[in-house]
Design a protein around this ligand. Structure first.
Ligand SMILES: [Zn+2]
Ligand SMILES: [Zn+2]
Length: 273
């Protein structure tokens, strides 16, 4: 089975479009590329219902869309028989776990992605010399990123960690011993939390030019029996399923034979590929 469990519902011009017509364009590309099931995972900060959680201007400027309308578009896709799942990409905000839980609770999610894109209001993935990179050396940015990712794993809010080593986005890394320890410690936290990690092809389209996560991180996950999903992180219909063959090949090299399918936040394993 081939799944693409991370994408953002957009028009072909990359404008927000939370309609079943927009969803159909993603479904068509998935069918053409042999992707069996796709999961929509809009960014949580686009919804006005989440306004009180944010302080960063990048987020507060964006939360104007309606969460119910988004969910209804995906649920209508399900009613029409499309192989789609309802998800959300949620930024982990330390200390706001209760509010986030209460906000997510009423909706019929199939799965919720947990992401770390910023720390204390400083972006990790904006520009190589901006955000957190402006304030700290590479070693410290990595340390803070993985501390936040482990806290996200432990929060109990998420089913899958998205692009789990996003911090390598610009190709900047600390010494290999440090990298190994971050991966190992984080895999231990993910195992204890009982959640999955995403193998994402989005990194191939960034400066780093690699899949997320690193082969070493994935092997640490495999060694601990951590389940996986595959994802494109498409922001355009044309990116659905993009490079998933490379994600599957990486998983096979790490020893994986199954992929995780979610329904109403229940996970099950299906044969990979
Ligand atoms: Zn993301
Ligand atoms: Zn995303």
């Amino acid at each position: 089975m081939i799944i693409d469990y991370h994408m953002h519902l957009r028009s072909p011009r990359e404008e927000i479009d939370h309609t079943v017509e927009a969803l159909e364009r993603f479904v068509e590309v998935a069918a053409e590329r042999g992707v069996d099931e796709i999961g929509f995972t809009e960014h949580v900060y686009y919804f006005r219902q989440t306004r009180e959680l944010w302080t960063m201007p990048y987020y507060t400027e964006r939360c104007v869309y309606d969460l119910d309308r988004y969910c209804d578009a995906v649920l209508e896709g399900k009613r029409r028989g499309f192989p789609v799942k309802l998800g959300l990409e949620v930024d982990y905000v330390p200390g706001r776990e209760r509010e986030m839980h209460d906000l997510l609770e009423p909706y019929p999610w199939d799965f919720v992605l947990g992401s770390v894109h910023e720390i204390e209001g400083h972006a990790i993935d904006a520009e190589p010399n901006e955000g957190l990179w402006k304030h700290f050396p590479v070693e410290e940015v990595w340390r803070r990123y993985f501390i936040a990712l482990r806290a996200a794993a432990r929060s109990g809010l998420f089913d899958v960690l998205a692009h789990p080593d996003l911090v390598k986005i610009f190709g900047m890394r600390p010494a290999s011993e440090d990298v190994f320890l971050h991966h190992d410690e984080t895999a231990a936290a993910i195992e204890a939390a009982g959640i999955a990690v995403e193998v994402s092809t989005a990194g191939l389209r960034k400066l780093v030019g690699e899949l997320y996560p690193d082969p070493g991180f994935l092997e640490a996950c495999r060694g601990r029996g951590i389940p996986v999903t595959t994802a494109s992180d498409a922001h355009l219909p044309g990116d659905v399923g993009r490079d998933l063959d490379q994600a599957v090949a990486l998983l096979r090299r790490a020893g994986y034979e199954t992929v995780t399918v979610f329904e109403s936040r229940q996970a099950r394993q299906e044969p990979l590929g």
